[in-house]
Design a protein around this ligand. Structure first.
Ligand SMILES: CC(C)(COP(=O)(O)OP(=O)(O)OC[C@H]1O[C@@H](n2cnc3c(N)ncnc32)[C@H](O)[C@@H]1OP(=O)(O)O)[C@@H](O)C(=O)NCCC(=O)NCCS
Length: 117
């Protein structure tokens, strides 16, 4: 987990987890990206994503990063596209909140394909 701080106060977080199984441990997942609303639009998520990706690819054998966002979260999806994440699928009715369904969009970034960072 990476944190963004302002005067010792936590204002943003970004998690990363490497897959545990031997067959899939070349893949890791970015999750729990969250910026306190009062600090949004200031490039903090961009900074956290950059750090998370840079740190992830320092891990020996790490080749691919996956993440996901709900279809209606255009801010997050724009951010991920900015980092060259590519959609590899979407699953309708992934979330069901108070009877309302939402589609989840799945994206990936492959080091050898989208290299520069
Ligand atoms: C989505 C979120 C992480 C963006 O964080 P942020 O610090 O405001 O993002 P940044 O300032 O670094 O902006 C990065 C990019 O995100 C996109 N973006 C951010 N806010 C946006 C908005 N309100 N509308 C559209 N795009 C937006 C833009 O592409 C922006 O790049 P640009 O400024 O070059 O156009 C933040 O709003 C958040 O924590 N939201 C709630 C939790 C969440 O949705 N997490 C992601 C779960 S998948």
């Amino acid at each position: 987990m990476i944190g963004a701080f302002l005067s010792n106060s936590l204002i943003g977080i970004c998690g990363f987890t490497r897959m545990k199984r031997k067959k899939t441990n070349h893949i890791g997942e970015i999750s729990q990206l969250y910026i306190k609303p009062e600090f949004s639009g200031k490039g903090i998520a961009t900074g956290l994503m950059k750090s998370a990706i840079d740190e992830a690819f320092k891990i020996k054998g790490l080749e691919k990063i996956i993440l996901a966002a709900v279809e209606s979260n255009s801010a997050a999806l724009k951010l991920y596209q900015k980092f060259n994440f590519v959609e590899y699928g979407r699953l309708e009715n992934y979330f069901k909140v108070k009877g309302k369904y939402q589609t989840q969009v799945f994206l990936s970034f492959t080091k050898s394909v989208n290299e520069p960072h």
